[in-house]
Design a protein around this ligand. Structure first.
Ligand SMILES: C[S@@+](CC[C@H](N)C(=O)[O-])C[C@H]1O[C@@H](n2cnc3c(N)ncnc32)[C@H](O)[C@@H]1O
Length: 294
């Protein structure tokens, strides 16, 4: 991931090449894993015929401020192969057009945690391997990362990972049932450091209200960031939100829980001397909300 604080407009993972074009699997030349390839694609031809759809929610939805800025990204041959081969098995297009049965999606009734913005997915794969009885629905718009995480899930045999392509807000708003999640993880979300971009930050009161409606009472919201002003904002809005309570008796930041591995973006922040803050909040039961499972 690039250091988005220096980006002129939007935070971008390092793998993104602004203005660069997609690479595709198949079609002629032999592929060396890890090496980018280029092919000419006819107009309208999908980038990955069996893989994630470009902009799955398309124009069905209103224009609004987004927490990411979609760009075309360079995809390695290995990632492209994984997207083609494994998307039909483990991929989820976030099109906003159907309500998902998470038990069906994972093929079991284990608890499901939503991770928003997994980047290249290394930390996601580590968490999935360490806790096979928890399903992770990992969502990002970053195509190379989706291919990378699919490859990791395949190589390490991680049946408890599903990879979502699209805006997590659409997933939460349109496709997930009330109380269907056992937790939410947001690790090193794009910090949007410029004041005029603060409205793009993911962790805001409206987002928390939407997330709260999908997380069962007792479920954990776990955020981490190396951008201290954002950490303060997260603490403020989570503390003020009536649907969450801080798991820390002192009402402050939490020590990094053992289950959260170091992430790629975090490593870059630490190299720059940034301070990392974790926040662990619990979804509380409201007296005016009927209990689930009755
Ligand atoms: C700064 S990166 C951090 C990646 C990873 N968690 C890490 O720590 O290395 C933030 C990621 O969040 C993704 N993202 C931001 N807003 C999103 C949204 N609304 N839905 C899905 N992904 C989103 C971006 O595409 C980006 O890959």
């Amino acid at each position: 991931m690039s250091d988005s604080r220096n980006a002129p407009e939007a935070p971008r993972p390092a793998e993104h090449t602004p203005g660069g074009r997609a690479d595709e699997p198949g079609a002629g030349s032999p592929h060396t894993p890890g090496v980018s390839v280029r092919h000419t694609r006819a107009k309208g031809e999908p980038r990955f015929p069996d893989g994630p759809k470009a902009d799955p929610a398309g124009s069905h939805f209103e224009r609004r401020i987004r927490s990411f800025q979609p760009r075309r990204s360079r995809v390695t041959a290995g990632q492209a192969d994984a997207l083609q081969r494994l998307w039909p098995k483990w991929g989820l297009d976030i099109d906003g057009q159907r309500v998902i049965d998470l038990g069906e999606l994972f093929g079991n009734a284990n608890p499901v945690v939503l991770e928003i913005g997994f980047g290249m997915g290394e930390a996601t794969a580590q968490m999935a391997a360490a806790d096979p009885d928890t399903n992770i629905l990992a969502v990002d718009v970053h195509t190379p990362g989706q291919g990378n995480l699919l490859n990791l899930a395949d190589q390490h045999g991680l049946p408890n990972v599903r990879v979502g392509n699209g805006d997590a807000i659409i997933l939460l708003r349109e496709m997930l049932r009330p109380d269907s999640l056992d937790g939410l993880r947001v690790y090193f979300p794009d910090p949007w450091p410029k004041k005029r971009h603060h409205k793009r930050r993911l962790i805001q009161p409206e987002f928390l209200t939407l997330a709260a409606a999908r997380i069962r009472p007792g479920g954990l919201v776990h955020c981490a960031t190396d951008w201290e002003p954002y950490a303060e904002q997260m603490l403020e809005v989570l503390t003020a939100h009536p649907d969450f309570e801080n798991t820390r008796p002192d009402g402050g930041f939490a020590p990094r829980p053992q289950f959260r591995p170091l992430t790629r973006f975090e490593g870059q922040g630490l190299d720059k001397g940034h301070v990392v803050n974790d926040l662990l909040f619990r979804r509380v039961q409201h007296h005016n909300q009927p209990p689930t499972g009755a």
